[in-house]
Design a protein around this ligand. Sequence first.
Ligand SMILES: NC(=O)c1ccc[n+]([C@@H]2O[C@H](COP(=O)([O-])OP(=O)(O)OC[C@H]3O[C@@H](n4cnc5c(N)ncnc54)[C@H](OP(=O)(O)O)[C@@H]3O)[C@@H](O)[C@H]2O)c1
Length: 238
Amino acid sequence: MSLNDQTAVITGASSGIGSGVARELSSAGMNVVLTARRVERPEALANELGKCAVVAGDISDPEMPQRLIDTAVERFGTCDVVFNNAGIMHTGIIEDVDVENLCRMVRVNVEAATRMAYVALKHFKKSNRGHLVNVSSILGTKVRPSAGVYAGSKYSIEALSEALRMEVAKTDIKVSLIEPGVVETELQNHFPVHPKEILGITTPLQPADVARCVRFILEQPAHVRIPVMMILPGEQAM
Ligand SMILES: NC(=O)c1ccc[n+]([C@@H]2O[C@H](COP(=O)([O-])OP(=O)(O)OC[C@H]3O[C@@H](n4cnc5c(N)ncnc54)[C@H](OP(=O)(O)O)[C@@H]3O)[C@@H](O)[C@H]2O)c1
């Protein structure tokens, strides 16, 4: 299915996977609505890509999801795809962990992603078409010590995504979810030791690798659904 002239809202578009997906979907001819707090980054990307709108702000602001859809419709006449990607990662063992950081992460990874998903689907229901792509993680399928809350935030989006997919199965609306392994982004820059070192991964995924998979999911014909796609670097055993 051609994506040309369709419109995608992309959250978390100031770095990493969100920026990579913005580039890929723009190269497929899509209009893109980019959002993040560090707005100078998506603005620079918009200048480079064209056919872009940028909305600055915190995705955990309850009004932000509707503002994004409204911007897509006002600017491009339609919102066909929502890439529900913005996220943060805090981990730590019981003795060291900052519980406030964990709760802030839940507000972004769970609460904001949940609001974005429902606002997108309510909009898609009006025209009986559209595609919501949620971002989980390999840690949405298995837990490791010190990452219980991050994994829990992704288990939540897994459950939501599957329930929503079932709710719209008989319509022309699609719900997909991706589960990346280790991707070279800014997500884990604050970690004392990067997970790629711990896992012995010399060649992690790049955002462009994930972006190609997202485009593949979106380009399938109407009758083909890809509810879940796990994307791992070759060396990632867990
Ligand atoms: N990297 C990996 O290995 C990996 C693996 C599996 C899943 N994931 C998931 O992939 C998604 C993207 O992560 P990434 O790896 O690309 O990380 P990243 O490079 O750190 O990008 C995260 C994006 O989320 C945005 N964001 C975070 N908090 C926000 C907030 N409160 N309001 C608005 N935007 C916010 C950031 O923008 P601002 O800071 O500018 O607001 C940034 O654009 C996340 O959901 C993450 O859990 C990543």
